[in-house]
Design a protein around this ligand. Structure first.
Ligand code: FAD
Length: 410
């Protein structure tokens, strides 16, 4: 059964199918060469996605989007997820960086950056993480000092996908060092050609071929036209951007886990041990069942989060839950797929070992899963008292609920 047929409209299903065709058209050679680090950056992938009008689907048509819903976008990203994190990251960056430009940028910025990005003609990257830490984002030490009609940028950013390869970076930098951290960071569009220095291109366990690098800025001049939103409004832009940042990771993870299980299930039909197909052993088939149940639950969370954003409701908790749960479900599914396949699963004869390397990252990037837990509980405690006013007071249903003297808290 195509579960998406009950989750998407006819129009959305068509776009999902277009994405499937696009994914089918990607040559295996590209994936292999990226994994072998024979390709530094997959420009042609981004160009092709742009030519097919598949980038940044939910943005206004004026800038090259299709005004699609988030639901549609997560369905498409699930499809792209089967290519692995290196390519799905490239697919998702325009939707992440685009969120900031589309929601907070000027018309000129949209014309100059968002439009060519969605056309696949300009490659974008996001530069948040610093060598001193990614989780403590608001501890940002990159600074931007006013200088005539612009700013002088100094600092470094680490683990930037497209650090080598991108045409421009969305950079967070401190513009009011003496102010409290949530009111002191601004966002800039920094074009590579202004003098962004590539310091180290990292050797990675997986997710290779995307130019992941440490980049630095040394008194790099950025015109004030490249400031996104208000000065010192970085916190608002960051919070908005983290929705696509994390929901895209979650949706991609569902696709990757799904495809790993498909490979393992097909293998389990053909592979025999003790004279029987291994799928006949519960130890094998139950791993398929457990993985499917978790991946379907993950998809449910991803879609719910998408609908919450589409409805314009606060989405931080549900998006964080989706990111944490889907990446852990994917990790478990890929690990199970490898176990089902035995020794051959550990080799590069099948792509499951690449998925295992890829999926490990999704629990770390776009905010670690520990940070997701921190956000989930924080949001929950904020909502708790308000929510309890609307529902039955179940505490009163205990037989001795009225023994108030037994309810001791300190
Ligand atoms: C391949 C790759 C690509 C990436 N791409 C990009 C990119 O394009 N752009 C970008 O800006 N960043 C990117 N990142 C950075 C990524 O988002 C960070 O690595 C991640 O946010 C964690 O930051 P950190 O590595 O500095 O770890 P740290 O922040 O040093 O965390 C280390 C450990 O401490 C834990 N920890 C820290 N604080 C807390 C807390 N308050 N509560 C509980 N646990 C905590 C973390 O969960 C983690 O386990 C990428 C990373 C990698 C590896």
């Amino acid at each position: 059964m195509d579960i998406h047929s009950v989750l998407l409209t006819e129009e959305e299903l068509k776009i999902r199918d277009e994405a499937r065709e696009f994914v089918k058209s990607i040559p295996p050679e590209l994936i292999k060469k990226m994994d072998k680090e024979e390709i530094e950056f997959p420009y042609e992938f981004v160009q092709k996605a742009g030519e097919r009008n598949l980038l940044g689907l939910r943005f206004p048509r004026k800038w090259g989007g299709r005004e699609a819903s988030w639901r549609c976008e997560v369905a498409v990203i699930e499809e792209v997820g089967v290519l692995g994190t290196a390519l799905s990251c490239q697919y998702c960056l325009p939707t992440i960086v685009g969120e900031a430009i589309s929601k907070f940028g000027t018309e000129e910025q949209k014309e100059k950056f968002l439009k060519p990005t969605l056309e696949g003609k300009k490659v974008c990257a996001e530069a948040l993480t610093e060598p001193r830490g990614g989780s403590d984002f608001f501890g940002c030490t990159t600074v931007a000092k006013k200088d005539g009609d612009g700013y002088l940028l100094t600092g470094a950013k680490r683990f930037i996908v497209g650090g080598k390869g991108a045409d421009y970076f969305l950079v967070y930098a401190r513009t009011a060092p003496e102010a409290e951290s949530h009111k002191s960071i601004s966002v800039f569009i920094v074009e590579q050609e202004r003098g962004v220095k590539v310091e180290t291109v990292y050797g990675l366990l997986g997710t290779r071929g995307g130019g992941t690098a440490r980049i630095s800025f040394h008194n790099l001049w950025v015109p004030k036209e490249n400031l996104v939103g208000e000065e010192n409004a970085g916190a608002i832009i960051f919070n908005q951007m983290m929705l696509p940042e994390r929901l895209t990771t979650a949706a991609g993870a569902v696709g990757m886990g799904r495809t790993a299980i498909e490979i393992a299930a097909r293998y389990s039909i053909k592979r025999k041990a003790f004279g029987r197909p291994i799928r006949k052993f519960q130890a094998v088939s139950f791993k398929i069942a457990d993985s499917l149940a978790k991946l379907d639950a993950a998809r449910g969370l991803v879609y719910t989060a998408a609908r919450v954003i589409d409805a314009g409701l606060p989405a931080r908790r549900i998006v964080s839950e989706a990111k944490k749960f889907a990446t852990e479900a994917c990790w478990e599914a890929v690990n199970n797929a490898m176990q089902i396949m035995g020794g051959i699963g550990y080799t590069d004869i099948y792509p499951v070992e690449r998925f295992l390397r890829d999926t490990r990252l999704s629990m770390i990037w776009t905010g670690t899963n520990e940070i997701m837990s921190a956000l989930i509980q924080h949001e929950y405690y904020q909502e708790l008292e308000e929510d309890l006013k609307k529902v039955r007071d179940v505490e009163k249903d205990a037989i001795n609920a009225d023994l108030e003297e037994e309810k001791v808290y300190e």
